[in-house]
Design a protein around this ligand. Structure first.
Ligand code: ZN
Length: 74
């Protein structure tokens, strides 16, 4: 699967925080990007669970995106 650089699909950067439309069962709705590529790796800010989502799928579930530096969580 090749992912052409398309303007309607947001780009993600490792280390940035994203907010989902729907909260995770643990109650957190923010995730840290841990890997980018064909699939985007995410780590839940609440429980630390790691998941992988296709970038297009993530874009659909995304509520807001925080560029690294704008929102910082440790
Ligand atoms: Zn969680």
């Amino acid at each position: 699967m090749t992912e052409a650089a398309s303007s309607d699909i947001p780009q993600f950067t490792v280390g940035e925080t994203v907010r989902m439309r729907k909260a995770h069962p643990c109650g957190a709705d923010t995730w840290t990007v841990t890997r980018v590529g064909g699939d985007v790796g995410l780590r839940c800010a609440g429980c630390g669970r790691r998941i992988f989502l296709a970038r297009r799928e993530l874009a659909r579930r995304l509520h807001s995106q925080h560029r690294a530096g704008a929102v910082r969580r440790v």
